[in-house]
Ligand binder design. Structure first.
Ligand code: MTE
Length: 317
């Protein structure tokens, strides 16, 4: 996230743990037999293939109040801190191998599931394209055609058990190909969370593509979240694990800087980030400044989710 001054938790790259002594949780869990395959009830398919079905039919219900962002802008100005803190990491992200791509669904579900991303998407129904605004907490914005399936379909597929309230999403962990993950002060892997109620509403997508094509690596291939009324950091990329739980997950950014990045993170022009205003946003491509909208303009679809909660700033950071 835009770090203008070095925060208290910042450590220069040369002080970070060298790669060869990096604690690779995945390898260790694997060696202990606690990895993805342990205790799994269903393994529908371990054969892999790239996700297909592009371009998917556009859902005409979702329209924009602005022009679609230029494709080159949206695919070369990206946030993917695993590959570095610059926006220009798209070449680095090409190193990520996204096929095969195993996804684990676990926690408070009837049975753990380990499944290849393409098989998972086929099980979740027809893919569609939707035009959504996207608002980064750093105050830049874009409007793009995402392809994907409703996240609500994944909730049904996962069969959460009665007490489950939240979903935690996790990105891959592989410092060998993602140099940003060599910074040991950072709580990798990247994680994010939603309530099951949020995830089951109409807008969130498990996205597989952008501009009518398979998702570019730098935008979060092969599967990522898109939740258009929340700040973009909630839209976790390159998901490998989805865990259902009764405890509110603590996300990557919350762990780094809890005073600045909260769980709810709903867009609101009147609640400034501690270090900058959220009143306006800069459109990628044109550089035009436009007013920020409450819930990024999606109040009609999402405000009901928060009707019974305190209407204070905690909902918006
Ligand atoms: N997911 C992971 N794994 N790593 C990241 O650094 N950045 C987030 C989000 N998802 C990020 C991530 C932020 S801050 C934003 S604004 C969006 O991805 C950016 O999505 P885009 O690069 O496709 O525009």
């Amino acid at each position: 996230m835009l770090i203008k001054q070095k925060p208290s938790w910042y450590m220069p790259e040369h002080l970070a743990t060298p790669e060869d002594v990096y604690f690779n949780r995945r390898q260790i869990l694997g060696a202990m037999g606690i990895g993805a395959a342990a205790g799994v009830g269903i393994v529908p398919s371990l054969a892999s293939a790239a996700i297909e079905g592009f371009p998917a039919p556009r859902n005409a219900k979702y329209t924009l109040d602005r022009a679609i962002t230029d494709e080159e802008e949206a695919t070369t100005y990206t946030n993917f801190y695993e590959f570095g803190s610059s926006k220009n990491i798209w070449r680095w992200a090409k190193r990520l191998k996204t096929d095969p791509w195993e996804v684990v669904i676990d926690g408070m579900v009837e049975e753990d599931i380990t499944i290849q991303a393409d098989a998972l998407i086929r099980k979740l129904g027809d893919q569609e394209e939707r035009l959504y605004r996207h608002r980064c907490v750093e105050a830049w914005a874009m409007a793009v055609p995402w392809t994907g399936v409703p996240l609500a379909n994944l909730v049904k597929f996962a069969k959460p058990t009665a007490g489950a309230k939240y979903m935690q999403f996790e990105t891959f962990l592989n410092p060998d190909i993602a140099p940003g993950q060599r910074a040991s002060w950072s709580p990798w892997p990247y994680t994010e969370g939603l309530t099951i109620e949020e995830a089951s509403s109409t807008l969130p997508l498990l996205a597989t593509g952008l501009y009518g094509k398979a998702m570019p690596n730098q935008n979060g291939a092969p599967i990522r979240l898109v939740v258009p009324w929340k700040y973009g950091f909630k839209c976790i990329k390159s998901i490998v694990r989805i865990t259902f739980t009764d405890k509110q997950p603590v996300s990557y950014w919350q762990e780094l800087q809890g005073r600045e990045y909260g769980f709810w993170a709903n867009v609101n022009p009147d609640v400034p980030h501690p270090r900058w205003s959220q009143a306006t946003e800069r459109l990628l491509g044109t550089g035009e400044r436009v007013p920020t909208q409450l819930y990024n303009g999606y109040a009609e679809e999402c405000a009901h989710l928060y009707a019974n909660m305190p209407q204070d700033r905690t909902l918006f950071f």
